[in-house]
Design a protein around this ligand. Structure first.
Ligand code: GDP
Ligand code: MG
Length: 182
């Protein structure tokens, strides 16, 4: 129930990365707490809404945008990125090529979108399918903290849409972000 003096914040967040890395599954897990092992490519742009009761006075609505079949770079991504406040860039730990694509996604994002204050959009790296136990990062000796620093990611998390170890911790204060009436 909405209280009289309750503040609402709406944030558009992008979930991007190569086809099949688990973007749709992560969104489904986070928003609907379920997982389906059946592969189906998402068609069309899609978004899911997650409502967080941040504190007694604040409601945060996260609009999670699923790139939905537009998993190649082109002018479509520009439209899709518009007015986003943050992005998750996802790769599949079992497929090294999807990790190599991460920097391309970051460049595509930064070349087409900046925050109203002129800064780059905060991007978090998600190493998905960590339930699979085949870790391309470990095998290649990649230091993720260093990778994030060098490529402008605010941080990274190992995730699994399947095993439900994924959690999204927001260390950003809603008051510190632009009031996102999109
Ligand atoms: P998208 O193309 O990035 O949206 O990827 P999907 O969400 O459609 O997932 C692609 C395939 O990977 C599907 O068969 C999913 O069931 C599977 N998948 C997604 N996330 C995970 C995960 O964390 N662990 C495992 N084992 N499979 C996953
Ligand atoms: Mg999808």
């Amino acid at each position: 129930m909405q209280k009289h003096n309750q503040k609402e914040h709406l944030y558009k967040l992008l979930v991007i990365g190569d086809l099949g890395v688990g973007k749709t599954s992560i969104i489904k897990r986070y928003v609907h707490q379920n997982f389906s092992p059946h592969y189906r490519a998402t068609i069309g742009v899609d978004f899911a809404l997650k409502v967080l009761n941040w504190d007694a006075d604040t409601v945060v609505r996260l609009q999670l945008w699923d790139i939905a079949g537009q998993e190649r770079f082109g002018n479509m991504t520009r439209v899709y990125y518009r007015e986003a406040m943050g992005a998750f860039i996802v790769f599949d730990v079992t497929r090294p090529a999807t990790f190599e694509a991460v920097t391309k996604w970051k460049e595509d994002l930064d070349s087409k979108l900046v925050l109203p204050n002129g800064k780059p959009v905060p991007a978090v790296l998600l190493a998905n399918k960590c339930d699979q136990g085949i870790d391309v990062l470990m095998n290649n000796g990649i230091k993720m903290d260093q990778f994030c620093k060098e490529n402008g990611f605010v941080g990274w998390f190992e995730t699994s849409a399947k095993a439900h170890v994924w959690h999204m911790d927001f260390h950003l204060s809603p008051a510190g972000m632009r009031d996102g009436h999109l």
